[in-house]
Design a protein around this ligand. Structure first.
Ligand SMILES: Cc1cc2nc3c(=O)[nH]c(=O)nc-3n(C[C@H](O)[C@H](O)[C@H](O)COP(=O)(O)OP(=O)(O)OC[C@H]3O[C@@H](n4cnc5c(N)ncnc54)[C@H](O)[C@@H]3O)c2cc1C
Length: 396
């Protein structure tokens, strides 16, 4: 082995696209990330270049103008982008999940209506399950859509929309009255087009403003308030109410591979910075890497980076093969995000006092890592999924 996080058996196209993304990250993202993060500035120039590279349409089928690539290609690109700046990977993540759900579950008309414009990045997706009172407990959603003629009237409040302000299409999970006993069978996904921006963007939809966060800056995370918003019944994903929970869980499952890829990228960058710093910084007459305590830290970090990458690649390949991957995605997300938190922490320690300075990248990576323990389901939720899944095979 020469370098960490290598992936065997890639196609020529995958190798080329990854090389292009890596060069883009090294030249355009890493040199600008600290300044954009600290000024909380949306990375418009970077996003424009990502659109030019076709990254918004990576997994959208070629018949709709996308590149028709696999989840693995997507995840490896995300790993590279997050190595540069996690916020940039956040710009395409909700877009990718929304496009994936439309590709898998949309009507033909919905695919025609949205996917070509999503492939170019003209329409940009956000997805919304969480509310002020719930995140893990999705079936408890309160935002309600009530049928009125050919429309539904939606009222309620959604929370934590990544790209809520900059997106122009929101896949929103809300409650409808299907008369089902099980609460999750009364949930429906609406595809809601709206202009980008803040305030009352269309009658009945308000995006109040950006939520201030400890990290993951530059991109907007918002609330969304529905107040009598009228959605035509044709905007129900797949055309049929009561199927929304399944749609979202499918989206979140690929989203978990994406979060593990981000964790791999953040951990890899933290390792790279620590390895470089440990060879430059001298104490007691020698580089700190020559103290075994530090070289052992690097060994542990490298092993975690490698293990997380392998789990992430395994989960992506499983999904691409058409097999069920809920357990593999849960394991990858759980392991990669926990390791990422540990690796960033160790890199921070290796940087000594400088790790606490905002001039050094590691302080940003330290603030990025905790979100990965939460987004697309917390570690506790992943463990619930993993234990249920493995006990299907090991039950007595
Ligand atoms: C920056 C950011 C961006 C986000 N972007 C989006 C987005 O784009 N779209 C979206 O819909 N949501 C988004 N979220 C919301 C995110 O998905 C939720 O925060 C997450 O699912 C956890 O939900 P919660 O915050 O309500 O915590 P809770 O569900 O209230 O959990 C609180 C604690 O209890 C634990 N817990 C809960 N239930 C159990 C259980 N059954 N067993 C054991 N422990 C349990 C949790 O693990 C956690 O430690 C975002 C969040 C953040 C911070």
């Amino acid at each position: 082995m020469t370098r960490l996080a290598q992936t065997p058996d890639l196609t020529e196209f995958q190798t080329d696209v990854l090389a292009a993304v890596r060069t883009f990250v090294d030249k355009e993202i890493i040199p600008n990330a600290q300044e954009l993060e600290h000024s909380d500035t949306y990375p418009q120039a970077i996003v424009d270049q990502m659109a030019e590279m076709g990254l918004f349409g990576l997994m959208i089928p070629t018949e709709y103008g996308g590149l028709g690539e696999s989840l693995l290609t997507y995840a490896l690109c995300v790993e590279e982008l997050a190595r540069g700046w996690m916020s940039v990977s956040g710009v395409i993540n909700t877009h990718f999940i929304t496009a994936y759900m439309i590709r898998q579950h949309g009507t033909d008309e919905q695919k025609q209506r949205f996917l070509p414009r999503m492939a170019t990045g003209e329409v940009r997706g956000a997805f919304s399950m969480s509310e002020p009172e719930l995140g893990s407990d999705v079936a408890a959603i309160r935002t309600r859509a009530v049928r009125d003629g050919d429309d539904y009237v939606i009222n309620g409040q959604k929370m934590w929309l990544t790209n809520g302000g900059t997106s122009s299409l929101v896949a929103a999970l809300v409650k409808t009255d299907e008369g089902a006993e099980k609460p999750h069978r009364n949930l429906t996904t609406f595809l809601i087009e709206k202009p980008a921006g803040f305030g009352e963007v269309v009658p009945g939809i308000t995006i109040p403003g950006k939520i201030e966060k400890m990290g993951y800056k530059g991109i907007d995370t918002t609330e969304l308030v529905f107040d009598g918003y009228r959605a035509p019944a044709t905007d129900i994903l797949g055309g049929e109410p009561g199927k929304g929970f399944g749609h979202m869980m499918d989206g979140v499952e690929v989203g978990r591979v994406n979060v593990s890829a981000r964790a791999c990228g953040v951990a890899l960058r933290s390792f790279e910075l620590a390895a470089a710093y440990a060879q430059q910084r001298r104490t007691f007459g020698k580089p700190i890497v020559d103290h075994q305590a530090i070289s052992f830290k690097l060994a542990e970090m490298a092993t975690k980076v490698e293990a997380a990458h392998l789990m992430m690649v395994n989960a992506a390949r499983l999904k691409d093969s058409g097999d069920r991957n809920d357990v593999a995605a849960g394991m990858a997300k759980y392991l990669a995000s926990e390791y990422c938190a540990e690796v960033t922490q160790e890199s921070f320690r290796i940087h000594g006092g400088y790790g606490y300075s905002t001039e050094y990248e590691i302080e940003r990576l330290m603030r990025e890592a905790p979100f990965l323990l939460i987004g697309e389901g917390t570690s506790e939720i992943q463990k619930t999924i993993i234990s249920k899944g493995v006990l299907r095979s090991y039950g007595l």
